[in-house]
Design a protein around this ligand. Structure first.
Ligand SMILES: Cc1ncc(COP(=O)(O)O)c(C=O)c1O
Length: 484
């Protein structure tokens, strides 16, 4: 069996350097009091795509040959690995196919598709999904990016452990949530010498059972903790956990619910994150990335003024942080500060000329305003050079053509945008309806707008368009009757 060493974890860190965040670690006074010892939380929710998973994925992708990359990759996941694989593949220009299953979180499926990956939902549950995975590997010849049973995935996840012992060297115990065991085995290597405790739901206990049986055994995961629903633990994680004396603890569903209530805090989901991050910024006012996390938390809580101010403060410390500029552009756009948003995204482009999203944002904003349309098309074209299959970029292009009065071209692109965005998007359907009307296809336009309304029943602008068109149709019919 392949070995994974601390040197492999250090090498993984080099392979992913510069593309992922070093996530913050917070102390929690309440938890420390409860436990009777200082407790820190490693906030992997602030990693790109919202979990630690891109660490393992990027490490694995970096090892593929050009030929393997050309074939495209395949993965399986309840959601977090899927989002990570979709995101990292887009970053590397690799096509990604994800096996998920009926009953997986719709938000995670949607996010995976939004990053441009194809999602296969033929399987009925996690167990069946692994059979489907092997079928598809046979059919397509795509290399597998395994969520947990691969030395490179494990080495990548191990960078979490490395950061923990660097940032809090006095750490004696690391407590790690477990699905298939990739994270805990990586952390056991990256945080070598510490006591490692693997925590699993009683209703999803693949590692515990595997350790007991001396080999990987099948389980039927039923826990509310959907991210931990691996139907078996990996052979390599089991071997590493055995060799490194990883301890196993099971928790009940009630204990998981109590933990979630504690972390999410009172009524608003972001309260806890915001107050913890504010504390962190006060304690370490010289770390621009903390301003990014706090600004992003304000943005998600829809507190746009505070978000803008926090992000500007972060840029005051270091104005070369492209992620801060990008997030600030997103906030300005929400505040309808058009010129400020454009200059933020232009700054991102100057710092990171391969940032497709930033090109698209500027182009789309020009298209929305009906300004600089030639330049808008050029910018969107750059985004599409980087990610040719991105349905949202294709929508921007169609919309820019529409604003130029090039209606047949607009219609062609908007139809393509609908095809490429696997999760139907109300704005794209609205654009499509607008272009259909301009091409004289009123009935099709009504159908497109009805679809937009079905997806977003609160879209009053679309309701008005439907009513206006129906009125016009009635008047034309009435008029033609009157003239008979
Ligand atoms: C948020 C979260 N925590 C923990 C895990 C467990 O990781 P592993 O399957 O490597 O044990 C997962 C797996 O998907 C996850 O999404």
């Amino acid at each position: 069996m392949a070995e994974v060493s601390p040197a492999d974890v250090v090498a993984a860190r080099a392979a992913i350097a510069g593309r992922l965040h070093r996530t913050p670690i917070f102390s929690s006074a309440t938890l420390s009091k409860h436990v009777g010892a200082p407790v820190h939380l490693k906030a992997e929710l602030f990693q790109r795509t919202g979990s630690f998973k891109p660490r393992g994925v990027l490490t694995k992708l970096a090892s593929l040959s050009e030929d393997e990359k050309r074939r495209g990759v395949i993965g399986i996941s309840a959601g977090n690995h899927a989002q990570a694989l979709a995101y990292c593949s887009a970053l590397e220009g690799i096509n990604a196919l994800l096996v998920m299953w009926e009953g997986a979180s719709p938000q995670k499926i949607e996010a995976t598709r939004a990053y441009g990956a194809t999602v296969d939902l033929e399987a009925n549950g996690p167990g069946e999904a692994f059979e489907r995975l092997h079928e598809l590997i046979e059919q397509t010849g795509r290399p597998l990016v395994h969520p947990f049973d691969d030395p490179l995935t494990i080495a990548g996840q191990g960078t979490v452990g490395l950061e923990i012992v660097e940032d809090v060297p006095e750490t004696t115990v690391v407590i790690v949530p477990v699905g298939g065991g990739g994270l805990v085995s990586g952390v056991a290597i990256g945080a070598e010498g510490r006591r490692i405790v693997a925590v699993e739901p009683e209703l999803s206990d693949a590692l515990c059972r595997g350790l007991g049986a001396g080999e990987s055994v099948r389980v039927d995961p039923k826990s509310v903790a959907d991210g931990l629903s691996a139907p078996f633990a990996g052979e390599l994680p089991l071997e590493i956990c055995r060799r490194r004396d990883v301890e196993s603890v099971l928790v009940t569903e009630e204990e998981i619910a109590a933990g979630m209530r504690f972390l999410y805090g009172r009524a608003k989901r972001y309260d806890e994150a915001i107050s913890t991050l504010r504390e962190a910024v006060n304690m370490e006012p010289k770390r621009p990335e903390l301003f990014l996390y706090l600004g992003t938390a304000y943005y998600r809580a829809k507190e746009y003024d505070r978000a803008a101010q926090t992000l500007q403060e972060g840029l005051g410390l270091d104005d070369k942080q492209k992620d801060l500029h990008f997030q600030l552009g997103v906030v300005y756009e929400k505040q309808s500060r058009f010129d400020d948003a454009v200059s933020s995204f232009r700054r991102v482009i100057a710092l990171d000329p391969k940032n497709a999203e930033a090109y698209n944002y500027v182009g789309y904003m020009y298209a929305e305003k009906g300004q600089n349309l030639e330049e808008a098309i050029q910018l969107i074209g750059k985004a599409l050079d980087l990610e040719p299959e991105n349905g949202y970029f294709i929508d921007s292009l169609g919309w820019a053509y529409y604003q130029q009065g090039k209606y047949p071209e607009a219609l062609k692109e908007l139809k393509r945008a609908v095809m490429k965005t696997k999760e139907p998007d109300p704005v794209i359907y609205e654009h499509l309806g607008d272009a259909l009307v301009k091409n004289g296809l009123d009935e099709d336009a009504l159908a497109a707008w009805e679809k937009a309304l079905q997806l977003d029943p609160a879209a009053d602008g679309v309701k008005k368009k439907v009513n206006d068109l129906k009125d016009r149709q009635r008047r034309v019919k009435g008029g033609s009757k009157a003239s008979q």
